[in-house]
Design a protein around this ligand. Sequence first.
Ligand SMILES: [Zn+2]
Ligand SMILES: [Zn+2]
Ligand SMILES: [Zn+2]
Length: 167
Amino acid sequence: MISNLNVAHSPHDHSRCISAALEQAKHICKSKNLRLTPTRALVLEIIWQGHQPLGAYQIQDTLADLNKKSIAPTTVYRAINFLLSHGLIHKVHSFNAFIGCPFPNSPHSNLFLICENCGNTAEVFDNSLNTILGSFCNRAKFDLKTQSIELSGTCARCKENKNPLIL
Ligand SMILES: [Zn+2]
Ligand SMILES: [Zn+2]
Ligand SMILES: [Zn+2]
């Protein structure tokens, strides 16, 4: 099992998450000959503001604040689509929002543990889950294209803290 459970759902130095995500993005783009333009990198950094999914409007507002000028929605959507298509971010469908991927270029289950209290969302890969879903789809003669499993509940940190801090 690969996950960022211990990070996303515990207190930690988040600046390290951001720098690791940007480093990985640079590395992946270089190896695939993709252009990580300043806008794409900035949108990725904005999405990595925390471990809570961020909506397109919030991304657009933050980008406009940082650039000190208004930003066209198409600019934001193009950057989001680029990051999505190369696995650097994921869409969290139940929030219609986006979250940074902590392990791009690795096997994926697209399994998300979303805390209803603080919003922090951890991503998990579990091979046995993929095997179960694969054989289930086989039996149903269903061609699986994409999967996204979003579990809602209470994270370990919120369970422990009566007055949890929002990360
Ligand atoms: Zn973090
Ligand atoms: Zn991921
Ligand atoms: Zn929580």
